[in-house]
Design a protein. Structure first.
Length: 365
């Protein structure tokens, strides 16, 4: 699967050698397979080709931090800001880089401004608390770290920081609570280490291939290379048959290419994955109608009224379909049912149309 991932990335780059999005896919592939030197070269090329794309700067910075090249990470992020790309992610990574360089005073200053601007971002609070802990600002660290936990961070790192903070503050009860949480988050032992490694390797390789295929299919679609987009997405779906996002991608691709049979297959797969998704039933009904199969169309719409009997959606759709078939008496009943559930100008207009068509001028008026 690793070899296939590289092959997909290489083919995409050969077809789009100067497209930063294509190069980004290759960089992503290299990065996730731990070829970080090559990934860094590719993302730097992406920045040269598209200096206003924030993702490329963030990826260079994250890759550099992983490699221990903290100054390169900081320099890259500062270039992003110089290009007008200041954001929450950029700020977070600057704080992280400053902290790794031992410049915790500057990190705290940056992160305090960040949490003032975006107080609901848990990652900012966690990083701020860790930097405050390094500066021995224990009460501040406790407040920031608890804020991160309150916003949904429940990982080993935040509990370790809270353990250290509590221990230094002399709060033994809290320290024991966090010690227990750290133990609970520990890795489970595996009897056969080789099997565990093999399973992880295979799972990681599949994850990388799925990521590369997904990114590549979007690039192909965006540059109107639709055959390649379809082929790449279908390969992804073969690897992950329950990948709902890929089914959506394919259904939209087939609709744009006027391929109703293929779109219907994609929609039906979506319904197998999520049978309660009302819009997919209506889209399937549309395809059956366009294909000249009114009975299958009506059956698909009826599913909507069954799944959501309290909503107007299915009844309105059925009324419109029956109007298109000239079945005004039946259409009137469904239009009335829709209006009982949701009184709207559109619903009233539909009922007016039906009554006019069936000769009920006074009622229409």
């Amino acid at each position: 699967m690793e070899a296939e991932a590289f092959r997909v990335a290489e083919v995409l780059m050969s077809k789009r050698p100067n497209d930063p999005k294509a190069i980004h896919v290759a960089a992503l592939c290299n990065s996730q397979l731990h070829k970080t030197t090559e990934a860094q070269k590719l993302w730097l090329k992406c920045i040269d080709l598209s200096p206003k794309t924030e993702t490329f700067y963030l990826n260079v910075a994250a890759n550099a931090l992983y490699r221990g090249e903290t100054e390169l990470a900081l320099d890259t992020l500062q270039k992003a800001i110089a290009n007008g790309l200041e954001s929450a992610d950029i700020t977070h990574h600057i704080g992280l880089a400053l902290s790794k360089l031992g410049e915790d005073e500057k990190a705290v200053e940056v992160l305090k401004k960040a949490v003032q601007k975006q107080p609901t971002l848990a990652g900012h609070w966690m990083l701020l608390g860790q930097s405050e802990l390094k500066l021995n600002r224990l009460e501040d660290a406790k407040t920031s770290l608890n804020k991160a936990v309150g916003l949904g961070v429940h990982n080993r790192a935040v509990y370790l920081a809270l353990l250290n903070t509590s221990a230094r503050l002399g709060d033994k009860v809290a320290a024991n609570v966090y010690r227990e949480k750290i133990e609970e988050s520990g890795d489970q032992s595996v009897s056969d280490g080789r099997e565990h490694f093999r399973a992880n390797s295979e799972r990681d390789a599949k994850r990388v291939l799925v990521t590369v295929l997904g990114e590549a299919s979007v690039v192909y679609r965006d540059v109107n290379m639709l055959e390649s987009a379809e082929h790449t997405a279908l390969r992804l779906l073969a690897l992950e048959p329950n990948n709902y996002g890929t089914c959506v991608f394919l259904s939209e691709l087939y609709r744009s290419r006027d391929m109703p049979a293929e779109e219907l297959a994609a929609r039906q797969r979506m319904l197998e994955i999520n049978p309660s998704e009302l819009v997919n039933h209506l889209q399937a009904a549309r395809i059956w109608s366009d294909a000249g199969n009114p009975k299958r169309c009506e059956a698909a719409i009826k599913v909507v009224t069954t799944l959501a009997p309290e909503r107007a959606l299915g009844y309105a759709a059925m009324a419109e379909f029956l109007v298109s078939q000239g079945l005004f008496k039946r259409a009137e009943w469904y239009a009335e049912q829709a209006l009982e559930r949701e009184r709207s100008p559109g619903g009233l207009k539909l009922l007016e149309t039906i009554r006019k068509a069936s000769g009920q001028e006074a009622e229409a008026k």
